[in-house]
Design a protein around this ligand. Sequence first.
Ligand code: FAD
Length: 383
Amino acid sequence: MYRSVRASLRLSGGMFHRRASAARPMLAAYGRGYTSDSSRTVAYTKDKYPGIERSTALNQLSSEDITFFKSILPPTSVITDEDDLSSYNVDWMRKYRGQSAVVLLPKTTEQVAKAPAYCNERSCHIGGNVATNAGGLRLLRYGSLHGTVLGLETVLPDGTVLDNMSTLRKDNTGYDLKQLFIGSEGTLGIITGVSMLTPKRAKSTNVALVGLESFEKVQETFHMAKDMLSEILSAFEFWDHKAAGLVRAHHGVGHKDPLTSQYPFYVLVETQGSDSEHDMAKLNGFLEKLLESSIVDDGVIKSLWSLRELIPEACSKAGAVYKYDVSIPVPKLYTLVEDMRERLAAVGLLGQQVEEVIGYGHVGDGNLHLNITATSYDSKVIY
Ligand SMILES: Cc1cc2nc3c(=O)[nH]c(=O)nc-3n(C[C@H](O)[C@H](O)[C@H](O)COP(=O)(O)OP(=O)(O)OC[C@H]3O[C@@H](n4cnc5c(N)ncnc54)[C@H](O)[C@@H]3O)c2cc1C
């Protein structure tokens, strides 16, 4: 399965430590004192085992999560300070070093229960994915759930169980009823079983980031990517300089612009294939052609997904945020952002209550994420 069907926050380390410290408080205190100063010398497990990658299906901890934990626990029971965390991130044999960004010290069973319940809420399930016809970053390559769902079992409001659990790629018998439930948002029945086509994980993944002067050039880059990368093209994401600015402002060091200067637009291109050398040669050829044709001025081959993935969180950190998720033909995609800026400026809201109008999204699917950040939620902004 190429897309996350379950996601969870990494909390178990913290809770494990709490259980140990509750049973043996002195040992826990000793453990912390022993490891905190010297833990830095233990290599990160991710560096010791470079072949093991953190699943992209897992959520990243956000400031909203920390705020929630502080609402259910006393502030001193939510540890986020890097030095204080270091002892929890190293095992007692000093062989492994993790990177957990929060440790919770619940004191009661009820407090213990609230944390995983919250994490579970933040996870999504395959029934919800199908009911919302969720797409994602690689729909361009792997297609929509209308194509990958092979069969569904659903329970109708009157209790009838509709068994359409086909596992056949081609099933021409009768009406394709399952399609009605994909994207039905629970209005027709409850999905209780899903049979799904799952592609093999690609052996080779390469990522490039380029900076561009206009949305026209974003489109030219997309056409060239389809032409030159064709079967290995797996994602084509764009974002504007306002989105890049928010990521820099709210995620700071480590998310600086990796290009030599800043650009009005950025595009991240990902390829997935089975032959690393072949795929890299194609990606290099594509980038050279873009530079030769003066479509882009600057680019880098590097896995910079975080610059794209942090945009929604950076928008939320900016204050109140109005989020729209719309599908528009690609040539008109960015016009909506420009029109929105013009309209909000015309009524005197832009630069006042409205701080930024941001555009980013999946060019390959004609799917724009229009985010409007504001100082506070106010009906004037919507109307
Ligand atoms: C219209 C729409 C489109 C979306 N598109 C995307 C997208 O393209 N990419 C993306 O990453 N996210 C998308 N989302 C966000 C989406 O909600 C989550 O990505 C996730 O797929 C939802 O899973 P969940 O388990 O959290 O569902 P919930 O948030 O619990 O439910 C979402 C909806 O699905 C229904 N539902 C949940 N489970 C079932 C079930 N078993 N049977 C029937 N109905 C059920 C609920 O009634 C509700 O209407 C979209 C959301 C909506 C509403």
